[in-house]
Design a protein around this ligand. Sequence first.
Ligand code: SF4
Length: 476
Amino acid sequence: MSVETYTPRAFHRQAHDALGNPQIRGNFRKAMDGLMAKRRDVFSDWDLETLRELGANIRLRALAKLPNLLEQLEANCEANGIRVHWAEDGEEACRIIRELCESHGAKSVIKGKSMVSEEMHLNAHLEAAGIEALESDLGEYLVQLNEQTPSHIIMPAIHLNTDEISDIMHEKTGTERTRDVDYMTAAARAQLRERFMNADVGVSGVNFAVAETGTLCLVENEGNGRMTTTVPPVHIAVTGIEKVVEHLRDVPPLYALLTRSATGQHVTTYFNMISGPRKAGQHDGPREVHLVLVDSGRSRIYQDNELLDTLRCIRCGACMNHCPVYTRVGGHSYGTTYPGPIGSILMPHMLGLEETKDLPTASSLCGACGEVCPVKIPIPDLLVRLRREAVGEGRGNVPGAGVKRTKKEVAAWKTWQWLATHPSAWRGSLLMAGKLRALTPSRLGPWTQYRTALKPAKRSLHALVKAHRREGEDES
Ligand code: SF4
């Protein structure tokens, strides 16, 4: 199934198709239930709130000092022998990476997982220049074989089940059709191993860039990150400017939050700290290490006191795993690099709010995303803020803000606002709604296509509580 890039129309159609596809819904339901349970279990013996508070404060402090920390990071990386490059946007970052590859005569690039590289469509850019770019994270490898994009920021191939993976590997790499996961993993491992050995350049992402030491931290489970950053003669790390942290001691709490929130693990199998190229007398490691720091709208977000909070994100994916919208429609429905709650507050800055005004509405505002976010990003508040800007209210800082509401919408919301601020009228309308409940339509357009229409209760909660109290008094 090919995935269309986000447009409001494509988003609606893809979400509609996903809702009507039991296979997709089943795959997501199973995967997300498992991830939620793992996270719950792994945090059960922790003082989660204290750790979240600490994580949020570390990120807030880093963002408060961001310009200085970026300069410090650059100076310390350069002192370690890591060449630092600055890119205003994805296009410039692609150009820098392509030119670095060309300067080494590179024909083949092996990649570790990097959402920023997805954001800037690096693979397509390199391939257009005749440089083959192969994903080495198993999930990314599978979606690349299947000519798709990741459907989740941590588990890119989570939309695929065992049979589908078997079919993809059989068709694209000639492996046997099987349900034997070990066989498929071993086959992918052998295929990738050869590519690692022959790659001219390795490209990876960065989880945390430590300003005080000029160290790049990379969190992973498969060892492909370590291979990508150590086997090819040149390593290029690419990351957004917000990934910087001040001290090395800031990393362990963020790492603890990231692994537990993302996959329910106490620690990941690999934690890599890259502090420069191979030194004289060392037998392995890349001869050159580069760091490409990408802005792509982040400076604009940085100037807004509320939206600045989105830059705290450590890309754990927990908000997606717990979102009742994402877990039903899956990541591909959005057609954006970052799907789910975090995507709905990040993508408007990257693509413009007018083009993405439907994204902040793809939420029930249940608050689950905000509750699980390990760095306490107030996602629901930001969704409401973007919704207000999308309909022409608020400060309009986001590009494209200020789209007008329809007359019907204005009338409906004004009525609701008036009722909600006049308690007697509110109670009267609830009473009437209860009495007329039999007349409530069972179909309310697209709203009830996949939901049962709600009927007003026969008696309001207030009435039930009052009756309950009366009964209590009578008994006593
Ligand atoms: S917004 Fe929070 S929960 Fe969502 S990916 Fe970022 S850090 Fe994780």
